[in-house]
Design a protein around this ligand. Sequence first.
Ligand code: SAH
Length: 194
Amino acid sequence: MTETVAAIVWTAGLVAWFVIRLPYQRRARKIGIAAQQRTPADRAALAAAGFGLSVLPAFYLLTGIPAFADYPFRPWMGWCGLVVEILFLALFYASHRQLGRNWSVTLEIRDGHRLVTDGLYRYVRHPMYSSFWLWAIAQALLIPNWVAGLAGLVGIGVLFFVRVRAEEAMMLAFFGDEYRSYAARTGRVIPRVF
Ligand code: SAH
């Protein structure tokens, strides 16, 4: 694996992310919202994730800036990055399919919202966020630059820690005991561990 191929893998992952998400984004516009918590903090965290996982690395791949943070590319990192990228896309795709019409880019309860507790959601409460962590790890492996490579981990870290607590509080307020017992038998992003 060369540095150029690794950059192509990262770019293909970004395109695949967009293609997988698009139909859900389109459909979500047509489904009514029963309750929402679009807070400024959540918006800022979403922007941080977008910046770290797409804008900054894309800018680096196009311009080579910031060059001072480059380090030598190692083929094994590229191969590991490819494997993690594939795992990310598989998990991202499956979690969208399983969440279906209950999906939102932000914190929202849809009309007729159903608490999904099967499939991946049987093991973890946030498989889509698990997939985002994999995306950020893949980026760190594929882009040999301390700033552009690691920006994804910072971005998803901000989104995760701002979002998860608020999301779980919203789900608990809406689904009550159903969510409480669901949360008691699942992990957040890694089954049984966290
Ligand atoms: N945190 C989840 C979902 C991300 S999409 C994951 O990582 O897979 C965010 C929206 O999903 C939230 O607005 C919330 O309404 C909805 N949601 C989260 N968990 C859910 C569940 N178990 N069942 C149904 N909807 C859920």
